[in-house]
Design a protein. Structure first.
Length: 622
């Protein structure tokens, strides 16, 4: 907006007075946009299935034939958007893309509004089933699990942090699936990226890709305190997407001049006019059509009617870690016993949905400071700064620093991620109460001692948990949501709990550094209601607190994991082809074989870039 106004002024197409009026109108527009969104959010009911959007007018209706294509892509999220772009690039292939959501908008563009998006139809509305060992302090003992439903998928609602993962992660991946080692995949990370970060290791970043990556455009002084504390503990300040990963930095974000750089804007919007592309929004894929172990099409629901489309080459499933296993199982590809229980004819017996893994976070490590908050900016000022490309609305949940560290020093691989944030305790309401759905009792215990204070905190994330959960079908009706069991702290040796306890103590140690003590950093909290029988802040207390407030970090992977045919947990091979079914691939976070030392979006882009090349080479397009 600012750049456009400057250009118009420079060309003498508008006066400075007119430019000022346009700018002021823009501030009013975004302020009204926020108020209207909050009004709608207050009336939003979290869905428990897809019937609100996709119920058939006539359930007995035969599927209407929609058309014939070279490729059908189910899902236009992070991976599907890349595939949409790359497979239509040459014009050789006719491609149909099905996406259950619609277009993003000016509201989703604002990173600082991200926590509010959980209460909107941009969110599928998923939750885990009630948990036994984690999420006990959230409503109904469930982890809320927001997933993006839009062209761009979860890149439309996520917190925009750009982390790729540790070199050792990919070398481990490549040891079982040749071609997926770090040296092989690095060029594909760079292919998607257009980096303008403040400091980067030469040779590790791309500068001509569609995804804009820049250093967080909001960095209050306390961010420097965070980095100073890291240095005082002997940690390195570095480019964590460069030569080395373990260290600390200001956050690298997928934004462009402070606005969200989603998969949709990066990969789809610029090419949506291509004649060989048909993109259908508000279209729910419900079944893969298979004959003699060959996928030949897809059934989908749109505008209350059932359709089918057919393909001469391949069906590519890019629904994500929840939706991809769902459509596979609905189509008869999955665990034989589970499918038979639901009366679904078994086409291929595979461990679909059986190896769900996710990072886990303890979100309630909050510290008081002596920083004054008397001059807190009103929303109008924050919007004005956003329109100029800086300020608190250019980051999500005030996350301005990242640390990748190893408190146990057992291995060179990174075990934990610290996402640093700061602000008034009252600013945490949208995240902890609406996004995570913490119970009011727990929120009061955490927030009451911090009322009126400027606080800092860490989202303290275990990156390599051993616990595994599942995605299963509730019924064979495609409009029923699948069942998600994150199953944290279920590893038989208890290593995940021990690692999280170490992580808690390490963050408390960070608070005790001279840098943080200079701002009078203190951990202040009333005991959580469920943990009052434990001595406050003892190991037993923290174990209790971890069971109450450990939350799935929304980085789920491995439900259609990649691996060699000899691996009984694998669903796809190194070329993303589903074992036992011709003409069918899965390309999204579900194929990543284990949790990476990173937020997964960058890796999903990489997976889709590689998949696109594999497909194009196979069919003579490269």
């Amino acid at each position: 907006m600012i750049l456009k106004i400057i250009i118009l002024c420079s060309l003498n197409l508008i006066t400075l007075k007119q430019a000022h009026e346009i700018f002021e109108d823009s501030i009013d527009y975004y302020q009204d946009l926020l108020q209207q969104f909050l009004k709608n959010a207050s009336q939003w009911e979290q869905p428990t299935d897809s019937r609100r959007f996709f119920k058939l007018i006539n359930e007995q209706q035969e599927a209407i034939h929609h058309g014939h294509y070279d490729f059908i892509i189910v899902g236009a999220g992070a991976a599907g958007s890349v595939l949409t772009n790359r497979l239509t690039e040459s014009g050789k292939f006719k491609v149909l893309v099905l996406e259950a959501g619609g277009q993003e908008n000016d509201f989703t563009d604002v990173p600082g509004f991200a926590p509010y998006l959980v209460r909107s139809d941009f969110n599928w509305g998923y939750k885990t089933i009630p948990q036994k060992n984690s999420c006990l302090g959230f409503r109904n003992k469930q982890c809320n699990y927001p997933r993006g439903k839009a062209i761009g998928g979860s890149t439309v609602i996520n917190f925009l942090m750009y982390l790729r993962g540790n070199k050792l992660d990919f070398d481990k991946w490549g040891s079982n699936s040749p071609g997926w080692d770090y040296e092989s995949i690095l060029p594909y990370f760079k292919k998607s990226e257009n980096s303008t970060i403040d400091y980067e290791d030469p040779g590790y970043h791309g500068h001509h890709g569609p995804v804009s990556v820049e250093t967080a455009r909001y960095h209050p002084d306390i961010t420097n305190t965070f980095l100073k504390a890291a240095a005082q503990r002997g940690s390195t300040i570095l480019d964590y997407n460069g030569k080395d990963q373990i260290g600390y930095s200001r956050t690298q974000m997928m934004t462009k001049r402070g606005k969200r750089s989603s998969a949709g804007k990066a990969f789809v919007t610029p090419i949506v006019h291509r004649e060989n592309l048909e993109l259908l929004d508000y279209s729910l894929g419900i079944k893969i059509l298979i004959n003699n172990k060959k996928a030949y099409g897809v059934e989908f629901i749109r505008n209350g009617k059932k359709y089918k489309a057919t393909t001469s080459k391949e069906v590519i499933i890019s629904g994500g870690t929840i939706n991809s296993p769902q459509i596979l199982m609905l189509s008869g590809i999955g665990p034989k016993e589970h499918l038979e229980e639901l009366g679904i004819p078994v086409v291929q017996d595979l461990p679909v949905g059986e190896n769900l893994q996710d990072h886990q976070v303890y979100p309630a490590l909050l510290f008081s400071t002596n920083i004054s908050i008397e001059n807190e900016s009103p929303i109008q000022e924050n919007i004005k700064q956003y329109l100029k490309g800086y300020g608190p609305l250019t980051v999500a949940s005030a996350i301005t620093g990242i640390g990748l560290d190893n408190p146990n020093v057992k291995t060179k691989n990174s075990l934990v991620e610290y996402a640093f944030f700061s602000g008034r305790i009252e600013d945490a309401v949208p995240f902890l109460l609406d996004f995570m759905q913490m119970t009011e009792e727990n929120w009061q215990a955490i927030s009451e001692p911090l009322a009126g204070k400027y606080v800092w905190g860490m989202f303290s994330n275990l990156l390599h948990p051993k616990s595994k959960g599942t995605i299963t079908l509730k019924t064979k009706d495609p409009l029923d949501y699948p069942l998600m069991d994150s199953n944290h702290y279920s590893d038989p040796d208890g290593d995940d709990m021990r690692e999280m306890l170490t992580l808690i103590k390490d963050v408390l140690d960070i608070s005790n550094t001279p840098a943080f003590q200079a701002i009078d950093s203190k951990y202040v909290s009333n005991p959580l209601p469920a943990c009052t029988n434990c001595r406050h802040l003892s190991d037993d207390y923290w174990r209790c607190a971890l069971r109450q407030l450990t939350f799935s970090l929304l980085h789920a992977v491995a439900t259609c994991r990649m691996g060699p045919k000899s691996d009984k947990t694998a669903v796809v091979d190194k070329e993303l082809k589903v074992y036992g079914i011709n003409g069918l691939r899965v390309a999204d976070a579900s194929v990543i074989p284990f949790p990476l030392s990173a937020n997964p979006t960058a890796a999903v882009y990489m997976v889709a870039e590689i998949t696109s090349d594999l497909i194009r080479k196979e069919y003579g397009d490269l």
